[in-house]
Design a protein around this ligand. Structure first.
Ligand SMILES: [Zn+2]
Length: 90
C-alpha cells in the first residue's frame, strides 16, 4: 500500500462530510454535489458563513494531516500530499 493509502486508512480524515449538509464526500471536497449546485464551485461566490465553515474544515483537515506526518517525513517528499495541503479551497 502506498504512503497516501496508509494515511487515508489511518486518519479520521478518511470520512469527510459536506460542511453544509453533512453528507459523506471525497477527501478533496468540502461540499457535496447538491450543495455545490446550490452555492457554486467558486469560493468568491460563497456567502461569508460558508467560507467560514469551509476554512474551518480545511484547518481541521490540515491539522490532522500534519499531526500524522510531522515526526516522520517532510511534506515535500510526497508531492501528492503537498499538493493537497497547499491547494486553495476548490
Ligand atoms: Zn451538502
Amino acid at each position: 500500500m502506498s504512503i497516501t493509502g496508509r494515511f487515508m486508512k489511518n486518519c479520521s480524515m478518511d470520512n469527510p462530510t459536506c460542511v453544509v449538509c453533512g453528507k459523506q464526500i471525497g477527501v478533496r471536497f468540502y461540499l457535496c454535489s447538491v450543495c455545490e449546485k446550490t452555492w457554486g464551485r467558486r469560493k468568491r461566490d460563497w456567502p461569508e458563513w460558508l467560507r467560514f465553515l469551509v476554512n474551518d474544515e480545511k484547518k481541521e483537515r490540515m491539522r490532522e494531516l500534519r499531526g500524522y506526518y510531522d515526526r516522520e517525513i517532510s511534506f515535500s517528499d510526497y508531492p501528492e500530499i503537498d499538493n493537497m495541503a497547499s491547494t486553495d479551497v476548490m
